[in-house]
Design a protein around this ligand. Sequence first.
Ligand SMILES: [Zn+2]
Ligand SMILES: [Zn+2]
Length: 185
Amino acid sequence: MSVRPFGDSYLVDAEDGTHFVSLGESNCSCDAANDPCKHIRRVAIEINIGRLPPPDGRTVECPGCGDDVPISAAQESPTLCRDCDLQPGDLVVDAEGSPETPLIVVSSPGPPAELVPVSDAECTVADYPGNGDYDSEVPVVEVIYPQAVSTDRPPRRYLFPVTRLAKPTSDHDGSLSGYSTAEND
Ligand SMILES: [Zn+2]
Ligand SMILES: [Zn+2]
């Protein structure tokens, strides 16, 4: 058997095929009745003797909140934890704005705020007025204000440090649940 790291898990190449072993929940794709199976035990042994990195050895700090985030070899930066990560289509509110004004995320988190220029302000997103309280290393996302969307022109995109935006919590569920976005296309 040979073992290789795969994301925050491991792949074990055995005679009967390749097995996927996750140590967090002690899962193995072989579904053997004896628990832990020989694949999990093999991974544990290799980690103990130092031939494999432990699963928590491959983490990065989330630039949003500082939590450790497991990274996979296939992952592209930036690596945000599940709580901080935003994806196109997510409905968010501006922490410095009205909690009743939803914004729509239109880009995945990109480069850090200190590197992204604001086109009409001759400064970076990190230096933009109102963003001083946010870490200059957090990734920037683009959002649009759906109220301002018109059929006449492309929607204006605004850049925010990702940590300035919050997904509406259960507090706001009521006020936002009836909200729908109009597609102008
Ligand atoms: Zn197994
Ligand atoms: Zn985070």
